[in-house]
Structure formats: structure tokens, C-alpha cells
Design a protein around this ligand. Structure first.
Ligand code: AMP
Ligand code: ZN
Length: 671
């Protein structure tokens, strides 16, 4: 293939795969099989290796679905991770029961467990220590995600209570609680990031992130439900669950021992009604024959055990009429459409609204028309989704819903950047929900955390004309008499507020930077930017190239920063805030270098190290004048490699003949 052809193919594969990621992770509506996806990804990977000059840092081989990177070591499972037979109705379950009776007689018990809707994980323990965590993958082999799994609090890293064998494997389901899902998704929406369609996608996206410190920020949980040992230690599955619990594992408390299929049905019916009261999603019930000897007798088919089956619940659905679509404008100007529905009862709650995500969802996926009858479905989330339209009930004259062209509040024409799903109102200076939202974001708990000042006060002060920009907040003390005259606030609360505002001037630069509400600059990004650039002046004058070498700063964030700092209004505002005494310089002590031995040299650190964390190595390099860069290129001087380094990185470095050194060799270089 000629270089020109390769470049074209790389580009087209990249954009195709990005779309599939979006369909899968955001819409949760994949239009391609995992197998075909992987084939395309492999083709892209191979081409990128052959033509490294055309690799984009944003390539799907580097990232999957926004945060997800595909650089894990593949590990073969000692015992294959099979799937479970599925059934959706009582008759099939009765048939299952009959088959078992025929094979082993009537003398047996079932264990019923909830079927958690997450992703399965296999953990290996040696001498009481967790040594490996592997995803299911294709069932035969999966990804080694040990470092990420170590961040999950409810998975013991070391067992304390005796009785466990020297070596065993334990399997379970990693998932995210609904509350955490909603909170994190809301934050992502505010930051202009893509949101996840359901907790399962969020959990699997999280487990496949490259940076374990990021994983640690997203609370995951795990229920364990299978124990594998060389020698059978227990007679029954139930016994093994109790033992595993005593060793310190998180076992679901709702599992039940049932002596016949009628009891199983009681369990199924109970949870069909009560599942929406759980703090996590389940999609069914798993029924397992309890006795291990009987399990062995029943054996396996090629795909699944004959001694277990999953009874899947039908999604809770209802049909109702679409009344209208309304649009909300967030603080970054992002517009989100919401469907207003004729109230309908669904799984015990009255539903009046449904999320619509974005314009594609309305115009391309659902092709909504005015007055359509739609099916809404409830996962665990509070706001349900529209699954599809009942075309039989469509009025042939009803016009298609057109996504709005102008901001619903300030009427400015909306904009959409290429490749993005979300429309924005660009009038950040004059659009009320953006103005108020930005100030509310600034004072918020994670940003400046100003005592005595809340969202409603901001709204009131804006409406009364006291504040319009963040810097106006710091002039409020000049208006304390007028504030008293308003009659809305007591003297004490005004004083509290002014005190809080004054104190906030001491908040560190990273909080201020996050508080400014620059699109895509969330808490973590703000920290990374401050660590790298130290001052707002350095950051504001950084070029695109200088921005993207900073850790975790991709092209999207870099573009957003450049756009922000080129705005005259933004510059003025920052000058005002500086004059008012806010912090725009990192309070980290000025770095005094230990030596200049690495000066002019660039490094990438990859993998895990026995004696140092990656951050420690980074500090050592920087303390001696070296520089950390973000991606492997022919210009890179050294790759510092630890264990479990991604194979793609390794190969790329070898191909470009970059010296690969160990942490010991690095230390040797500085003596
Ligand atoms: P399916 O993906 O529909 O074939 O269902 C099989 C999957 O259900 C397994 O791979 C597990 O990830 C998951 N699962 C969830 N809860 C349980 C449970 N209590 N016991 C066994 N598997 C479970
Ligand atoms: Zn607007």
C-alpha cells in the first residue's frame, strides 16, 4: 500500500471506529458486532505500525470510547469464562428444571442470585494476595486490568481471615451504583464531555482506562459469585459463598437457597417487582444447581454450563405520547433536549420526561415526529429513555421534529463542532443560563467552595443586576448597603457571604482554573495543567504543540484552551481577578533541580515498577532536568519500561529504535 493510500485508509478507519465507539458507549446502540469491530481495530493497528507517521494521538487504537484506551496485556483464562443460557419466560425455566430432573433425579437444590448488570471479572489470589484481575474478553482470554481493579475498595487486595487455599480464582461482576453513575454523568455533561448511556457502559469504560488514578476517582463496586480451586474444598456452591464471605469478599446479601422450582419463581417474582429499589441495576436472576458433584454430572455445553441459567427480566416499558421537546442550556452553552411526555406509570413511578441526548438521537436514530407515540424504558436511572416510536400510531401529516437552530433563551444561532454530538450556544457573554451557570460553577463545592453563597443567591444577585461576571462577585463588598436595602438577605448572611468571598481569594490556582469553567477543563485536567504550566501566563501563551505534550491534554482540550485564551473578554476578566487577589500561580515551591544530568532529554514512563510509582519516576526525571512527553515519536530519547507495559507501545518504540531502559538504568544515568 502506498503511503498516500495508507493515510487515507487510516483516516477512514479511525473515523468509522470513532462512530462505533460513540454508538456503543454513548448511545448504547452498537451497529457492529464486537468481532467486526476488533477486526477493523486490528487493521488500523497494523497500518499504524507500518506507517507511524500517520498515527493521530486521538486514534481509536489509543483510545476507545472517549476515555478508554486499548493497551492491556492479554491473558489466557485458566478456566474459560463461559456465558449463561438465557430464558425470558416461565416455560423455558420449567423445561430447564425438567432437563435437570431427568439427568440427576429430584434430590437437589438451587441457589438463586441477582444477575448484576456490569462486566465480569476474574481475580487470581496467591498466598492471600490478589495478583491478577482479568476481564472476560472473548471467554478464552481477556485483558489484564489488575492495576485498575486494585482501586476498587470492596475487592480485598490481601486476605486476612484464614481458611483460604494458597491459590484460587474468584469471579464476579464489577458495576457502578446508580447514584454514582448519575452524579458522574451530570459532571461530564457540565464539562461538555460525552455522557454514558448506562452504568454498565460507564463501569466497563472505567475499567479500561489507562490511568488508574482516574479509575480510582470513579467509584466501582464488585459482587463475587464463583470460586475456582484446583481441589474441591466445598460440597456446594452455597457453602463456598459463605466461606468466601468469611475471607473478606463482597457477596450479595440477597442470594437464596431454594429447594424447588416454585421457590425459584417466588424469588423471581419478588425481584421483578422490587428490583428498582436496589442501588444498582440487575437484568435478571441467575439460577444455579447448588451441589458441585451434581454440577459435574450435568456438565457443560460448548458455550455454557448445563447446571445454571439466567432468567432475564423484560425491560420495564410503557407507551405514551410525546407532547413536546424542550431544550436546556448549560453553563458551557451545551444544549440538551428533553422529551415532555404525557404522564404514564412505569415500574411504580410516573414518567413525564425522557432524555433525548442530542440532535442525532432525535433526527437520526428515533426520527421523531410531532405527537408520536413512543416506548419509554426504565433502567435504574431516574430519567427514562425513549426506546422507539410506534409507527402505527403516527399521524401521516405530523411534521418531523426539527432540532432548534437558535438558542432557546438568547436566540443566538447554535453551533456544532465537527465530530461533536452536542450543539452549543456560542453567546457565553450574553446568554443568561450560561452567565448564571458559570458563576454557580465558580462558587461550587469543587471549585472555589465559597461559604455563605449558594446557587439561588447567585441567581437573585444576577437578576437584581449586581453580578454578571465572576469578577463582580469580588466587588460585592462595595455594595453591602444596597444589598441590605434589597430586603432579601439579613445583615448576618450578607456578612457571612462577604467573608466567604474574601477567604476564597486564598484558594489555590487549580481551583480557580477549574472554576473559570473552560470547556473540557474538569478538575483533573485543571490539576494537570497547573502542574505542567505553573502560571496562568504560561498557560495562556502556550501553543497547541506545547499544550498537547502536557500529561493527559489531548487535541480537544488544547483547542478549547486556545479558543478560550484568545477571547478578549476572557483576558480582561482574568486581569480583573488577578487584581482582586486571586491565585493564578501554582503554590508548589519553585523547583530547584537536583542536577542537570537529564537536561534536553525526553522520556516516556510506561508499565508498573516494583519500587517506584510512575509519579515518583516522573519527579526524579524532572528534578534532573529531563522532560516527560506524551506520545512516542522518533524524537523520543528514552522509554522507561516497567512490567505489564502495553504491547503496542513497546512495539512502536522498538520500531523507531528508541532505547528502552529500566528504572534502575534511569537511576544509573543520574548516578
Ligand atoms: P449473559 O451475558 O447474558 O450471557 O450472562 C452471563 C453473564 O452474567 C456472566 O458472564 C456474568 O458476567 C453475569 N452475571 C451477573 N450476575 C451473575 C451471577 N450472580 N452469577 C453468574 N453470572 C452473573
Ligand atoms: Zn444562548
Amino acid at each position: 500500500m502506498s503511503p498516500a493510500e495508507a493515510k487515507k485508509r487510516i483516516e477512514s478507519l479511525s473515523s468509522e471506529l470513532k462512530q462505533h465507539n460513540y454508538n456503543y458507549f454513548v448511545l448504547a446502540m452498537p451497529t457492529i458486532s464486537d468481532f467486526d469491530f476488533d477486526k477493523k481495530l486490528e487493521e488500523l493497528n497494523a497500518l499504524e505500525k507500518q506507517f507511524p507517521e500517520y498515527v493521530d494521538s486521538d486514534s481509536p487504537t489509543q483510545k476507545v470510547g472517549g476515555d478508554i484506551t486499548k493497551e492491556f496485556v492479554t491473558v489466557k483464562h485458566r478456566w474459560p469464562m463461559l456465558s449463561l443460557g438465557n430464558t425470558y419466560n416461565e416455560q423455558e425455566l420449567l423445561d430447564f428444571d425438567q432437563r435437570i430432573r431427568k439427568a440427576i433425579g429430584d434430590n437437589f437444590e438451587y441457589v438463586c442470585e441477582l444477575k448484576f448488570d456490569g462486566l465480569s471479572i476474574s481475580l487470581t489470589y496467591e498466598d492471600g494476595k490478589m495478583v491478577r484481575a482479568v476481564t472476560r474478553g472473548d471467554g478464552i482470554q481477556g485483558d489484564d486490568v489488575t492495576t485498575n481493579v486494585r482501586t476498587i475498595n470492596t475487592i480485598p487486595k490481601r486476605l486476612h481471615n484464614g481458611g483460604y487455599p494458597d491459590e484460587f480464582e474468584i469471579r464476579g461482576e464489577v458495576f457502578m451504583h446508580l447514584k454514582a453513575f448519575e452524579r458522574l454523568n451530570a459532571e461530564r455533561l457540565e464539562n461538555g464531555e460525552l455522557t454514558y448511556a448506562n452504568p454498565r457502559n460507564f463501569a466497563s469504560g472505567t475499567l479500561k482506562m489507562q490511568d488508574s488514578s482516574e479509575v480510582a476517582k470513579r467509584p466501582l463496586d464488585c459482587f463475587l459469585y464463583f470460586l475456582y480451586t484446583d481441589k474441591l474444598l466445598f460440597k456446594t456452591h452455597w457453602e463456598s459463598l459463605q466461606a468466601v464471605k468469611s475471607w473478606g469478599f463482597h457477596i450479595n446479601e440477597h442470594s437464596r437457597l431454594c429447594s424447588n422450582i416454585d421457590e425459584v419463581f417466588t424469588f423471581i417474582n419478588y425481584w421483578d417487582k422490587n428490583r428498582f429499589g436496589l442501588s444498582y441495576d440487575i437484568d435478571g436472576i441467575v439460577i444455579k444447581v447448588n451441589n458441585y458433584a451434581q454440577q459435574q454430572e450435568l456438565g457443560f455445553t460448548a458455550k455454557s454450563p448445563r447446571w445454571a441459567i439466567a432468567y432475564k427480566y423484560k425491560a420495564a416499558q410503557a407507551e405514551t405520547e410525546l407532547l413536546s421537546v424542550s431544550y436546556q442550556v448549560g453553563r458551557t452553552g451545551a444544549v440538551t433536549p428533553v422529551a415532555n411526555l404525557k404522564p404514564v406509570l412505569l415500574a411504580g413511578t410516573t414518567v413525564k420526561r425522557a432524555t433525548l441526548h442530542n440532535a442525532d438521537e432525535i433526527e437520526k436514530r428515533l426520527k421523531l415526529h410531532e405527537g408520536d407515540w413512543v416506548y419509554v424504558e426504565k433502567g435504574g436511572e431516574i430519567i427514562p429513555k425513549i426506546i422507539s416510536v410506534n409507527l402505527d400510531k403516527r399521524n401521516p401529516l405530523a411534521p418531523a421534529i426539527q432540532y432548534i437552530k437558535n438558542c432557546p433563551v438568547c436566540n443566538t444561532p447554535l453551533e456544532r463542532k465537527e465530530g461533536e454530538a452536542v450543539f452549543y450556544c456560542p453567546n457565553d457573554e450574553g446568554c443568561p443560563p450560561q452567565i448564571v451557570g458559570k458563576m454557580q460553577h465558580f462558587i461550587g463545592r469543587k471549585a472555589m467552595n465559597i461559604d455563605g453563597l449558594g446557587d439561588e443567591t447567585i441567581e437573585t444577585l444576577y437578576q437584581k443586576g449586581f453580578i454578571c461576571h465572576i469578577s463582580d462577585i469580588y466587588n460585592l463588598h462595595l455594595h453591602s448597603e444596597e444589598l441590605k436595602q434589597l430586603g432579601r438577605f439579613g445583615e448576618k448572611s450578607i456578612n457571612n457571604m462577604l467573608d466567604g468571598i474574601e477567604k476564597s481569594k486564598q484558594m489555590p490556582f487549580e481551583k480557580v482554573l477549574f472554576g473559570l469553567g473552560i470547556r473540557y477543563v474538569g478538575e483533573t485536567v485543571a490539576k494537570k495543567l497547573v502542574a505542567h504550566f505553573k502560571t496562568i501566563d504560561n498557560l495562556a501563551s502556550a501553543s497547541f504543540e506545547e499544550l498537547i505534550v502536557a500529561e493527559e491534554i489531548g487535541e480537544r482540550i488544547a483547542h478549547s484552551l486556545i479558543t478560550y485564551f484568545s477571547g478578549e473578554k476572557h483576558k480582561e476578566e482574568i486581569e480583573k481577578l488577578k487584581a482582586q487577589g486571586l491565585q493564578f500561580i501554582s503554590d508548589e515551591k519553585e523547583i530547584i533541580l537536583d542536577s542537570e544530568k537529564l537536561s534536553g532529554k525526553t522520556f516516556i514512563i510506561s508499565g508498573v515498577f516494583e519500587n517506584y510509582s510512575r509519579d515518583e519516576l516522573k519527579d526524579i526525571i524532572e528534578q534532573n532536568g529531563g522532560k516527560i512527553v506524551s506520545s512516542i515519536s522518533a524524537k523520543l530519547n528514552y522509554l522507561v519500561a516497567g512490567d505489564n507495559m502495553g504491547p503496542a507501545k513497546l512495539e512502536k518504540a522498538q520500531k523507531l529504535n528508541i532505547p528502552i531502559i529500566s528504572d534502575a538504568e534511569l537511576l544509573g544515568m543520574i548516578g
